[in-house]
Design a protein around this ligand. Sequence first.
Ligand SMILES: *Cc1c(COP(=O)(O)O)cnc(C)c1O
Length: 357
Amino acid sequence: MSRHWSECVRRLTPYVPGEQPRRAGLVKLNTNESPYPPSPAVRAAILAEMGEDGAALRLYPDPQAGALREAIAAREGVAPEEVFVGNGSDEVLAFAFQGLLAQAQPLRFPDVTYSFYPSWCRLYGIRFEAVPLAGDFSLRVDDYAGAGPVILPNPNAPTGRAIGRAEVARLLEAHADSAVVVDEAYVEFGAESAAPLIASHDNLLVVRTLSKSHALAGLRVGYALGQAPLIEALVRVKDSFNSYPLDRLALAGAVAALRDEAWFAKSRDAVIATRERLSRELAALGFEVLPSQANFLFARHPAREGAVLAHALREGGIVVRHFALPRIEQWLRITVGTDAQCDALLAAARAILEDRR
Ligand SMILES: *Cc1c(COP(=O)(O)O)cnc(C)c1O
């Protein structure tokens, strides 16, 4: 605290990202990164963009990110004017909070959800209401009845549970006068995207990221899909903040990743297959595991406190995510790794439960 802090900075509660450990050799299952490398085309495109002498880096990147927006538009079956890109979907979401979700009525989102949402509310002075999920952490669309904007991740984080497109459509129709943002960070791992509803719903913004599904968390590329007037709101915020949120290397790498659909599908299928196996094997160890349509599992063990288990796993070289938050303090969020990483997790968990550690 300093007397130089602004009023706004005094009231912030910053989001705390999952640890990026500096110690080598840990099995890192805490931030939902892909366990597989991105398409080799990404590296080639970035090197090509650099050129022999890096001279391209003298020049600012395309402020409209035209080539990337066209690649996304082609993949998603929308027009380039219906695509916004940003420095990770966190930036895209932040712009949506400021440009669309800051309204007279409070913003609503699930009580158990992406813990960045309340941080952005405080940053932008947005009033919010947390709507409780059901006892099994499922989301009941009818609980959002009433006016005002809504944001929800689908699949939800950190639970991994998803709702179907028909449910999202019901929510959009019940909120026809308010913006509804669907954060689809994990949608490629088996849930239904709301994107096909964009043509018929002028209040829908779908937010996606290349961080998880395309193994590019380090490149920082996210995007939004929606009708042109909603996209224009994000562009207005961006152009009042930073003309070039995506650098030349990120633009080149992202286009290459999106063009290699076969690589993407192979990694995604491997993650899904490992998720199903890990879920069964954790259940066999006595864990309660929520059904997941994401690249992580949400699980708890009746015989061990969540914080104790997370700590013991860490001692065994396995890093998972534990949130000391109401309703979920007994739960662990475990990223689906390679088969070998998941085997290491299972072995460590077995040792802890048998008290060999
Ligand atoms: C990971 C995540 C994001 C942010 O991803 P970026 O890396 O910033 O693109 C957004 N929403 C949810 C729910 C996430 O889990």
